[in-house]
Design a binder for this molecule. Structure first.
Ligand code: G3I
Length: 452
């Protein structure tokens, strides 16, 4: 081996001398420029799955020219500074070519783009998942399918935000867009969490439903103990509603302006909230007027619970709705129900009363208790099947209303272990569509079957 190396060295020296000609060298040896290797990266636009972002990553010494051929039959075009944004609206397979030329010659980088609009547009890594394959938001083509969220979930990249983006077309803040969070003290607003949720919806093309401007259960203590005059109180409420609705104008599609204003007691009177006490019974109308003035394009809902299970409360709700005239656009029936209650007929009555008034219907907070009597220690397949059937029943009723009256069906939670019901009732339940490990339950299929 050693001999070989010595001979090679001698050969190299000989070559160098002979190339050098006479004893003096002719100057530095010019090494011809190598071809510059073309290279680019491509990503799908986060805001439009039919737009490809092309980033020329070619590096090299000396001058070189870059040209693109997007594979759409238009030949080569010169590379422009920055990221190229190219639309691919037609299904097919396209070769994207970056051609780089320098004095040494031409190199190319060619990558393939696959477009299938049934899968949403450009297919990530050429893999087209037909988006209608049993995904709620894609199968539900005539109304939004919603769920709740919170800033901590949308602020972090992870499965919680992925689940929302994959399965749902609308989001509602579970608690961070209520007065106790957005208006924590007199003269101060805190929109940080609300902004995060709204911005997540806007960035991902997901509808945002605002919940809830006025609610006795989310009224900050400083409001409950307001020390000023009633006129000052009213001015404060007007300012709060105007400030909040204006802030999200064009971003929040709808608001529950007033939530749960009706008592459960006999006669279902108005709750004696601080708003009623200081602004009078017509506080509701004033709040809707202020919201309407702040964003005339925003859908305004009245939201309440037990709309299906209490005929008295349902009647009281419709009386409020009727009194609001053109200040209201829709009814929010929360739909916190059980696998076996209320009846289909009573759920249908909520839909009928809303539709007959020409209003939008939002089944706003659907969860279906599988353990209302606390007689279950786990979700049996039999009880899961009954829960699934109730999901199907509710979705079928909603899906059967006229298109003009459709808005959204929002489920109040993703995973069973996150439900508010556990704390509220003090025992375990499994009311939602996903297990704790994020796997789908029969209830998810029940929702899908309601859409058929
Ligand atoms: O997560 C925070 C925690 O980080 C913090 O330390 C703690 C103390 O501030 O608060 C925790 O947030 C709690 C949140 O639930 C999440 O658990 C809030 O205090 C608590 O007020 C909030 O309760 C929400 C409740 O409305 C009041 O806003 C429930 O999540 C929510 O499910 C419930 O939803 C209502 C609807 O808005 C109206 N219809 C009835 C429904 C059930 O009550």
């Amino acid at each position: 081996m050693k001999i070989t190396k010595i001979l090679s060295f001698l050969f190299l020296v000989t070559v160098l001398i002979s190339c050098g000609g006479s004893e003096e060298s002719d100057g530095p040896i010019i090494i011809p420029p190598a071809k510059v290797r073309a290279a680019f990266e491509m990503t799908i636009s986060p805001t439009d799955q039919n737009v490809l972002l092309l980033d020329n990553k070619t590096v090299g010494t000396g001058e070189f020219t870059s040209e693109w051929d997007y594979g759409q039959g238009n030949g080569f075009v010169l590379d422009q500074p920055g990221i190229e944004e190219v639309r691919f609206d037609v299904d097919g397979t396209f070769s994207v070519t970056l051609k780089v030329t320098n004095e040494a010659g031409v190199t190319q980088d060619v990558q393939t783009v696959v477009v299938a609009n049934s899968a949403g547009g450009i297919c990530p890594n050429g893999i087209c998942v037909t988006s209608n394959a049993g995904v709620l938001k894609d199968v539900s083509t005539t109304f939004l399918v919603g769920n709740i969220t919170r800033a901590s979930k949308v602020n972090s990249v992870g499965i919680d935000s992925e689940i929302l983006k994959t399965h749902f077309s609308s989001i509602t803040s579970e608690y961070e867009m209520k007065m106790d969070r957005m208006h924590p003290s007199q003269g101060t607003f805190d929109f940080a969490a609300a902004d995060a949720i709204v911005n997540f919806g806007v960035a991902n093309g997901i509808n945002v439903h605002g919940h809830a401007l006025i609610w006795h259960n989310a009224t900050p203590d400083w409001v409950k103990n307001f020390s000023g005059t009633d006129a000052e109180f009213e001015t404060m409420v007007k300012n709060y509603i105007t400030t909040t609705v204006t802030r999200y104008k064009g971003k929040v599609a709808s608001w529950d302006v007033v939530n749960e204003a009706i008592e459960d007691g006999s006669g279902n009177p108005l709750r004696n909230s601080v708003f009623k006490q200081k602004m009078g019974d017509d506080y509701i109308k004033k709040c809707y007027q202020w919201a309407r003035d702040a964003d005339p394009d925003c859908l305004l809902f009245y939201n309440d619970y037990n709309m299906a299970s209490s005929t008295g409360k349902r009647a009281a709700m419709f009386k409020i709705v009727d009194s609001l005239g053109d200040l209201i656009d829709g009814v929010g029936a929360q739909m916190h129900i059980n696998y076996n209650f209320p009846s289909k007929a009573n759920i249908q009555a909520v839909a009928d009363g809303t539709v007959s008034r020409g209003l939008k219907l939002h089944f706003a907070e659907l969860d279906v208790r599988a353990n209302p009597d606390n007689d279950q220690t786990s979700l049996t397949s039999e009880r899961a099947g009954l829960q699934k059937a109730k999901f199907t029943e509710v979705v079928k009723i909603y899906n059967s209303i006229p298109l003009a009256n459709k808005y959204a069906l929002t489920v109040w939670g993703v995973r069973d272990n996150e439900t508010w019901l556990t704390d509220f009732w003090g025992h375990i339940d499994w009311p939602l569509m996903f297990n704790e490990d994020y796997s789908k339950k029969p209830a998810y299929d029940g929702f899908l079957e309601g859409l058929q």
